[in-house]
Design a protein around this ligand. Structure first.
Ligand code: NDP
Length: 486
């Protein structure tokens, strides 16, 4: 670096003469307004934080590569999947959900599992969780659910009563609660957990055939978890434990990998399949739709600047290159709007031009201007369409096949025809005796101080999923089984 390059400047490039002493009237005198360098430094510092994400605030990220290992080109015309061996760069961000930016990593919470694949036809974002299902199935209940998990408006503290009040009145949450309070509710590290799209998405091919799909990213490192006690101890000693683990593993050259699988359902099956295929509280049993191996994701490069690459990373489930599509899942439909909307609010309308979010293929839009436009704003290129000056035009081959939709517009009860118990029960029954004991112990611990009326209402749900499950929780809370076995 030349002496000139090392010279400190203001943001306007003006050399700074003194970065140790403010300009004052006399050695003990007050600071002068004209000390522009001091004013700029303080003003910039005051604006260093962008609003933290309202959910998934605390996270860690890394760059990597995705390699296609299985042929699904019959199901999708997405160029990424045109042949085995194709690769693209990727970026992953893992997170907790409810805690704030400085909260501890090793708490009981679902983990965000957000992936960005920089494909040659634009970014594909797989914005999932480490759980295959979610707490609610109607987006109208999402903000209520999150409020119940966040801080009590009166005390500013998190409150088990709020959580269990909402959950016990929302039995569709039972499957996800069973996952969350199981051993998998506190992953040992971000490297030792699976990721799931949870939502149903779609693939479509050149013939215009559509398939409903679910993504699974299974950890090659194996599932490892922490007990409640281990998590609490680590949270006190190193709140950034998961962030540090990911960074250190990559530094050591131990690049974490996930094998990507897809479950594929022909479009017509959705009409007759016994499980509502667009219900986010349900999985598709592997026996019905087996996992098909598609690729491998490897993370091999740490961010060089956390804020630029992780805090400003913006994932959106609406990022789906041609050959991939959404589904009628109501929660997904709402997220298609709410994710980009959150980014526009949090980091500004031009967030897609930030290096971590920018596609690595050519990008030609007619969007112009807006706050903090920093990329040349397309220079003098024509800014309307149609035009006579050779501006970019649409490509009909990118159009998704038509989707047949019918029905009268109404507020349909999302509980009609959707039972909430069988899959929660199936999950309970596949657990080992030790996992069952951990699940019940974790639940009893979390529920022990909530009002009895709420305990009973929730224990009835556990009993309906599996009598043994309900009895275990009831025994732990001192509730006679006769009160819940209705
Ligand atoms: P399968 O036996 O075919 O699949 C069981 C799945 O459950 C495996 O993917 C396994 O993941 C996962 N699993 C195993 N033990 C646990 C545990 N203690 N906690 C959480 N997940 C676990 O059965 P089905 O497909 O019929 O599913 C049965 C139940 O398994 C479902 O009701 C659901 O709760 C749960 N499940 C199902 C998934 C699916 O997509 N079908 C995905 C994840 C869970 P792994 O191989 O990584 O251990």
């Amino acid at each position: 670096m030349s002496d000139k390059e090392k010279r400190m400047t203001t943001a306007a490039g003006i050399p700074v003469g003194d970065n140790q002493n403010s300009q004052t009237a006399g050695p003990r005198g007050p600071v002068l307004m004209q000390d522009h360098h001091l004013m700029e430094k303080m003003a910039h510092f005051n604006r260093e934080r962008v609003p933290e994400r309202v959910v998934h605030a605390k996270g860690a990220g890394a760059h990597g590569v995705f390699t296609v290992t299985g042929d699904i080109s019959g199901y999708t015309c997405a160029k990424l999947f045109s042949k085995v061996g194709n690769q693209c760069e990727a970026f992953a961000r893992f997170s907790t959900v409810a805690g704030e930016l400085g909260s501890a990593d090793t708490v009981r919470d679902p983990r965000g599992f957000a992936l960005k694949f920089y494909t040659e036809e634009g970014n594909w974002d797989m914005v999932g969780n480490n759980t295959p299902v979610f707490f609610v199935r109607d987006p109208l209940k999402f903000s209520d659910f999150i409020h119940s998990q966040k801080r009590d408006p009166a005390t500013g503290m998190r409150d088990n009563t709020m959580q269990w009040d909402f959950w016990s009145l929302s039995p569709e949450s039972l499957h996800q609660i069973t996952t969350l309070f199981s051993d998998r509710g506190i992953p040992a590290t971000y490297r030792h957990m699976n990721g799931y799209s949870s939502h149903t998405f779609s693939l479509w091919n050149e013939k215009g055939e559509r398939y409903w799909i679910k993504w699974h990213f299974k950890t090659v490192q194996g599932i490892k978890t922490l007990t409640e006690e281990e998590g609490a101890k680590i949270a006190g000693e190193d709140p950034d434990y998961h962030r540090r683990d990911l960074e250190d593993a990559i530094k050591r050259g131990e690049y974490p990998q996930w094998k990507a699988y897809v479950q594929i359902m022909p479009e017509q099956d959705a009409e007759t399949y016994s499980i509502h295929p667009f219900d986010l509280t349900k999985v598709w049993p592997h026996g019905d739709y087996p996992l098909i191996e598609v690729g491998v994701l490897e993370l091999n490069r740490n961010p060089e600047n956390y804020f630029a690459e992780v805090e400003q990373a913006a994932f959106e489930p609406s990022n789906l290159p041609p050959g991939m599509g959404a589904s009628p899942d109501k929660m997904l439909q709402a997220r298609l709007l709410s994710y980009p909307d959150a980014h526009r609010y949090r980091i500004g309308i031009n967030y897609t031009s930030l290096p971590v979010n920018k596609p690595k293929c050519p990008m030609h839009t007619y969007h112009r201007d807006g706050q903090t436009r920093f990329d040349g704003n397309a220079g003098g290129a024509v800014n309307y369409e149609p035009n006579s000056f050779g501006g970019p035009t649409e490509d009909p081959s990118a159009k998704e096949p038509p989707l047949r939709i019918s029905g009268d517009a109404d507020h349909y009860d999302h509980r009609d025809g959707n039972e909430d118990y069988s899959q929660a029960g199936a999950l309970y029954r596949l657990m080992s005796a030790d996992q069952k004991a951990q699940l019940i112990g974790n639940l009893v611990n979390a529920m022990k101080d909530v009002p009895r009326e709420i305990q009973v209402r929730q224990a009835i749900h556990f009993y309906r999923a599996d009598p043994d499950y309900g009895q275990g929780v009831a025994d732990g809370l001192g509730i006679p089984v006769s009160e819940i076995s209705k």
